[in-house]
Design a protein around this ligand. Structure first.
Ligand SMILES: [Zn+2]
Length: 350
């Protein structure tokens, strides 16, 4: 960004507190023009005499990275429309890729904890998309027996199809199939404004119990729900105004019902997989999906507003739950199921 460390420090304070020359003490909460120690770049509270900095008690607590580098890092993060690789940022800024990766992990944690989980009503779209567990082709094509080939060509001539020798399914593909995960997206749409509130859930299959868990907790009875023709949505018509789009025939039904906003979310997430992450592990699938949820939410804001949004979330979140102690070997190491997510939101009282 080309600013000095002290300028970056004051910029940090401006974003964190938005109160001009006043700061709020994270210990006693006193809002005042606290004593400033330039050498240590810290404030001393006028009320409780404790020392604090703009990162105290947030996900950046005990940070070692310089303020101007953190600002650069956040700016790069918010300007990337489909996410950005930690290695890319690390090389640009000349810092350790793991540092960037951990910080991005903390941002994703913050997006999950502060997701908008208010009760939905009105027009809602639900859809599922498969992620993780990529298909791999084997190193070479399998030679097809000439007799079998001749027979298939003969059949093809009758039916009018073209012969394509098939790959044998590789062991890697078989192992990867276990890693496939279904990402459910549920979006509220407002006419003329596109999609609003968005939430995602990761499950192992597109099944009825999963959909019931999500819909019964989040959607008001009598709302209009638009889905595709998958059987797991069949029960919805008993309690909701259920509209179906038969994807094998149409993308928009004759009455104008569609799933475009849900597909739009998957479009961004697939761009992230294709262009940035090159495939994600099931453990962090939920985390990545919530990064995309945030990017969808702030898609119409300016970079400054996006940075302000990140700082507001940093101020609210407190120290990291999953990434604190990462450098000492503490990792979350488990996937976040639908129940886990609802458990988190119940615990933080949203
Ligand atoms: Zn204080």
């Amino acid at each position: 960004m080309g600013i000095s460390e002290e300028q970056a420090f004051w910029k940090f304070c401006e974003f964190r507190w938005e109160m001009g020359d006043k700061q709020a003490c994270p210990d006693c909460g006193e809002i005042n023009n606290h004593y400033f120690k330039r050498q240590r770049m810290q404030f001393t509270c006028r009320g409780c005499y404790r020392q604090f900095s703009p990162t105290s008690g947030t996900i950046l607590h005990k940070r070692k990275l310089k303020y101007h580098l953190i600002l650069d890092l956040i700016l790069t993060f918010v300007t990337a429309q489909k996410g950005i690789a930690a290695l890319h940022v690390a090389n640009n800024l000349g810092i350790n890729p793991k540092t960037v990766s951990v910080l991005f992990g903390k941002f994703r944690e913050m997006f999950i904890y502060q997701a908008d989980v208010s009760f939905m009503s009105g027009n809602i779209e639900i859809d599922g998309g498969w992620f993780c567990g990529m298909k791999r082709n084997p190193a070479r094509k399998i030679e097809v027996d000439p007799k079998v080939k001749a027979r298939i060509i003969e059949e093809n001539l009758k039916t009018g199809k073209t012969f394509v020798p098939k790959h044998k399914t590789s062991m890697k593909t078989i192992r990867n199939r276990k890693k496939k995960r279904l990402v459910f997206v549920i979006r509220k749409t407002v006419k003329g404004k596109g999609a609003g509130q968005t939430l995602t859930f990761v499950a192992r299959s597109e099944s009825e119990p999963e959909v019931k868990k999500i819909v019964s907790r989040l959607v008001a009875r009598g709302s209009t729900i638009q889905t595709d023709e998958a059987p797991c949505y069949g029960w919805l018509s008993a309690f909701y105004d259920h509209k179906t789009v038969v994807h094998s025939k149409e993308y928009v039904s004759a009455e104008g019902y569609n799933e475009n906003q849900a597909e739009s979310f998957f479009s961004r997430m697939r761009r992230n997989v294709v262009g940035v992450t090159h495939g994600m592990r099931p453990t962090y699938c939920t985390d990545y999906s919530y990064e995309m949820v945030w990017r969808e939410e702030v898609r119409r804001k300016t970079n400054k507003e996006k940075m302000q949004d990140i700082f507001t979330k940093i101020g609210k979140h407190g120290t990291s739950v999953w990434w604190r102690g990462y450098w000492q070997g503490h990792k979350r190491g488990c996937e976040l199921t639908i129940d886990d997510l609802f458990g988190i939101w119940d615990a933080v009282g949203i």
